[in-house]
Design a protein around this ligand. Structure first.
Ligand SMILES: Nc1ncnc2c1ncn2[C@@H]1O[C@H](COP(=O)(O)OP(=O)(O)OP(=O)(O)O)[C@@H](O)[C@H]1O
Length: 294
């Protein structure tokens, strides 16, 4: 049984379809990146998986149970997008409270995580900065070594050093056979830690890929300096050309096709003066998925 499985999972807010027909399998021991821009439906999916929302249609199974089953609570670690803690409690008191709910956590486990993240456990939570408060949320999610971690855009406000430590914590959890479901709108983050990525847009899952496959399909930015006219429509007709921009004496586009074929096509029409290519990053691949889906 996979730690997360959904079938036709759908959520409407009134008339508005925030999530449509989601079929998803997240496997044991993987970090699954759930990637999409603001408003794509990531938090809605997560709240359905946690039983905070009821689906309009379809179903979800989490750790082999229905999301509302309280028996799975202790095996879950959750960091919500809008983490709210008790402002008057210190980090230490907050974590002690959560530890109790989860049947106890060794003090050394908590202090070890606090040290890794540089968390201040003695300040009142209400007096902490956003990033420092987030660290308390992360410790609460990781400290009882849950089978499934559900993290909704968890790196909010974390500085780069802390982010690295947090990525290492996710990797370690997965290496121990636990599963991480990580929602993010940053492809570079997901690329670093995830094994597979699901890309969601306007409530629809548009692709699920191995990160290695995303990299293999990595695009290039191509810039051609030319003499003559090369209309965008003609360029767009070449296999692998995306988003051509035509400027005076220059055309630019992203490209994942056959370079020889491209050059033959171009030189048959205009004089080619220079070529610049740079490897596009995963953000561009991400955009391409969106464009393809549109
Ligand atoms: N309670 C609600 N009532 C009505 N519409 C909602 C509600 N919650 C979310 N939505 C809408 O559903 C869509 C998906 O929202 P959701 O919060 O799931 O997106 P998200 O991918 O998590 O975005 P973000 O990256 O900004 O957190 C958005 O268009 C949002 O405005």
């Amino acid at each position: 049984m996979n730690p997360i499985e959904t079938a036709g999972l759908t959520k409407h807010y009134g008339e508005f379809p925030a999530l449509r027909d989601l079929d998803l399998e997240v496997r044991p021991g993987e970090v699954f990146g759930f990637l999409g821009p603001n408003g794509a439906g990531k938090s809605t999916t997560i709240r359905l998986l946690l039983g905070e929302l009821r689906p309009t249609n379809g179903s979800a199974s989490v750790l082999g149970a229905t999301p509302r089953d309280v028996a799975i609570r202790a095996r879950l670690g959750y960091v919500p997008a809008d983490l709210s803690l008790w402002p008057a409690m210190t980090g230490r008191q907050t974590l002690a409270f959560f530890a109790k709910l989860r049947g106890g956590v060794e003090a050394t486990r908590i202090s070890g995580l606090a040290e890794r993240l540089g968390a201040d456990l003695d300040k009142r939570v209400g007096e902490l900065s956003t990033g420092n408060r987030q660290k308390i949320g992360l410790i609460a999610a990781f400290m009882h070594r849950p089978d499934l971690l559900v993290l909704d855009e968890p790196n909010a406000g974390l500085d780069p050093l802390v982010q690295h430590e947090f990525w290492a914590m996710m990797r370690e959890a997965a290496d121990e056979g636990r599963t991480v479901f990580l929602s993010s709108h940053t492809l570079s983050e997901v690329e670093r830690v995830a094994d597979r990525v699901g890309i969601i847009r306007s409530g629809e899952l548009i692709a699920v890929e191995q990160v290695s496959e995303l990299r293999r399909r990595r695009m290039r930015h191509v810039e051609l300096e030319i003499d003559g006219d090369l209309p965008a429509a003609e360029l767009a007709a070449v296999d692998g050309v995306h988003d051509p921009t035509v400027l005076p004496g220059r055309v630019e586009f992203t490209f994942d096709g056959d370079m020889a074929q491209l050059l033959a096509h171009v030189t048959a029409r205009v004089a080619l003066r220079d070529i610049h290519t740079t490897e596009a990053d995963l953000e561009d691949i991400f955009l391409t998925y969106y464009q393809d889906a549109r």
